[in-house]
Design a protein around this ligand. Structure first.
Ligand code: 13P
Ligand code: SF4
Length: 326
């Protein structure tokens, strides 16, 4: 039996189990195409958090990385939240151990701790507000101008926002191991060979790569650009899982992966996102495992900054704590 026939059988079994168990599947754009195709909702990390919060399903399977599933559990605690693999971490989460983050945070008691959603539940619990790359500008702009901003764990996103919004940030030194691989010298050469290409990049890329981008934004923003811009060629500096939706939306355009330095794999696959497979999605739905769990004390603390993110994104007023009290 060919691979595609096997995948079709697994996909139809997944659809059957979703109905039987009242489960919903949420998938991030960096997942393999066959996983995106069995999902009820596919999107960026903000959209997945919104859909996870709203759903009335009993079981939420999040095909993405674990911090995304944790965010859904924090926002919608009565639901059973499962993942295809608990090995699906994130280098940004790993770059910010909670004890070290707390020590850093304590140095700036009047600062507002703005934390990227790519962080552990423990780090969220000591933060004031969470952002994703699709809502970051609105959220930072809502912070009173007299309050210092601590930003982590992604220093590239933080530097980009700080420059764009004209606010000074204290930056935590973390990076995304996937977006760090793009090489600006080779990108410059590729652009010279393709002067008609539109260059689009995720803000987790380094500043020397971002300087070439005509559009810098979240995965959903980059997809929207490919959908709506009349260009026939796009050079894309982000994880290639998103090419699945880009090619579906614009079969008429050429999508070119931004280059890496000589000697590297050249693929830019996120090793964490790619822990998930269609087989593991099926297994998770069959066994309702592995499940995301955390203590209620941790969950409730981590919900405060996530609720602030949702409120600001929805134009609702929020209060800021006058200082940090651990
Ligand atoms: P988005 O929120 O833009 O989907 O980004 C998530 C991510 O992990 C990027 O590496
Ligand atoms: Fe984390 Fe980077 Fe993978 Fe996104 S692409 S999940 S930031 S390691």
């Amino acid at each position: 039996m060919g691979q595609s026939q096997t995948s079709k059988l697994i996909a139809s079994e997944i659809q059957k189990l979703k109905k039987e168990k009242n489960a919903v599947v949420l998938a991030h754009y960096y997942e393999e195409g066959d996983i995106q195709d069995v999902a009820d909702f596919v999107g960026d990390s903000y959209y997945l958090a919104q859909m996870g919060q709203k759903t009335t399903a009993d079981i939420i399977l999040l095909a993405g990385v674990v911090f995304m599933a944790e965010s859904v559990k924090i926002l919608n605690p009565k639901k059973t939240v499962i993942v295809p693999s608990l090995e699906a971490g994130c280098s940004l989460v790993d770059s910010a151990p909670a004890d070290k983050y707390l020590a850093w945070r304590k140095k700036f008691p009047r600062g507002i701790a703005v934390t990227y959603i790519n962080s552990s539940a423990e780090v969220k619990a000591i933060s004031d507000v969470i952002i994703t790359s699709s809502n970051a500008e609105k959220i930072v702009n809502s912070i009173p101008k007299d309050r210092p901003i601590l930003f982590g764990p992604d220093e590239n996103l933080g530097r980009y926002l700080s420059q764009k919004l004209g606010r000074q940030f204290e930056l935590w030194p973390g990076t995304c191991e996937v977006h760090m691989l793009f090489n600006s010298k080779k990108l410059g050469e590729l652009i010279q060979k393709n002067p008609d290409a539109r260059v689009i990049a995720h803000p987790e890329c380094t500043p020397d790569v971002l300087q070439y981008a005509q559009v810098i934004g979240s995965t959903s923003r980059l997809l929207e650009e490919v959908k709506n811009h009349p260009a026939k060629k796009f050079i894309v500096a982000t994880e290639p899982g998103i090419f699945h939706q880009m090619k579906k939306a614009r079969p008429d355009v050429e999508i070119i992966q931004a280059p890496q330095a000589d000697g590297s794999c050249g693929c830019n696959n996120c090793p964490y996102m790619k822990q998930n497979t269609l087989e593991k999605v099926l297994r998770a739905l069959q066994t309702v495992q592995p499940e995301i769990t955390m203590t209620e004390q941790l969950r409730a603390k981590a919900q405060i900054p996530l609720d602030r993110m949702m409120a600001i994104a929805n134009d609702q007023p929020v209060d800021w704590p006058s200082e940090f009290r651990p």
